[in-house]
Design a protein around this ligand. Structure first.
Ligand code: URA
Length: 255
């Protein structure tokens, strides 16, 4: 199917659509060896497009999706117990992978991409991506328990199939509501790490079982407009912001 040249360039990850238009106007783009300067030009998949002499199809098209992971779905590429996986939901021609993990019963923001470089960077704690979790917990945490979370608690975690202990970095921790009748509370925790069952273990370390868990935010990405099980492609600006390690800032709006 014939598509507009700037759209094909943006999809190939060359630049945003607008920046691709500028490259065309600047005479940097050739189609089948001929410089093209008209923005309306349509190209076929068989056409050879080059930007500054570099073929754009020499690199894999990089794609990025944001899923609101529902409960009852595993975050692996396939499951030996035959359970539904996030890959069954994000049904796209490219082979994408989840960036990090959410538990079977955890809902919320999950990024999937075939951009291995970015995925590796995002998963590294030194990148310090804010991960905001909202946990419904049994009991109502005291101020001292919240302070413990803010100083960093020692938790049990699993690494390469083995249990070990690990000192979690200081977290942002606050109670957003309490239910004195049911004796439960909603706790908001912001962390940068992503160890196995980290939030559940952090809450357990201060004496509270997690009953329900949602990841509300990942960097600047939140669940706006997505019900559980829905996903959308990231906008070009969102990918750039993730690459730059930009975070959400309350005072500055979305980021
Ligand atoms: N921490 C957990 O305990 N579970 C998740 O799914 C994510 C963070």
């Amino acid at each position: 199917m014939a598509e507009r040249l700037q759209k094909v360039m943006a999809q190939a990850g060359v630049a945003s659509r607008r920046a691709s238009e500028q490259l065309i106007l600047d005479g940097k783009v050739t189609v089948n060896g001929k410089t093209v300067r008209e923005l309306g030009t349509k190209v076929e998949p068989s056409d050879k497009i080059e930007v500054s002499g570099e073929p754009i199809d020499s690199r894999e098209k990089l794609v990025y999706f944001l899923l609101n992971k529902p409960r009852g779905v595993v975050t692996t590429t396939n499951d030996d117990k035959g359970r539904q996986t996030v890959m069954d939901i994000v049904d796209e021609p490219e082979r994408v992978y989840p960036v990090g993990r959410l538990d079977y019963d955890t809902t919320g923001v999950l990024l999937l991409t075939n951009d291995g470089d970015l995925a590796n960077r995002l998963m590294h704690p030194s990148y310090r991506i804010d991960k905001v979790y909202v946990a419904k917990v049994k009991g109502i945490p005291t101020n001292e328990q919240l302070e413990q979370l803010r100083h960093g608690v020692t938790v049990r975690t699993k690494q390469n199939g083995r249990y070990t202990t690990f000192k979690a970095a200081p977290a942002r921790a606050e109670i957003t509501s309490t239910n004195t009748k049911n004796h439960t509370a909603i706790v908001k925790l912001t962390i940068h790490e992503g160890k196995y069952h980290q939030v559940k273990e952090m809450m357990k370390a201060v004496g509270h079982e997690v009953l329900k868990l949602t990841r509300e935010r990942y960097g600047m990405l939140d669940l706006a407009g997505l019900t559980p099980g829905e996903y959308r492609p990231l906008r070009y600006e969102e990918v750039q912001a993730l690459k730059a390690g930009k975070q959400y800032r309350k005072s500055a709006g979305r980021w």
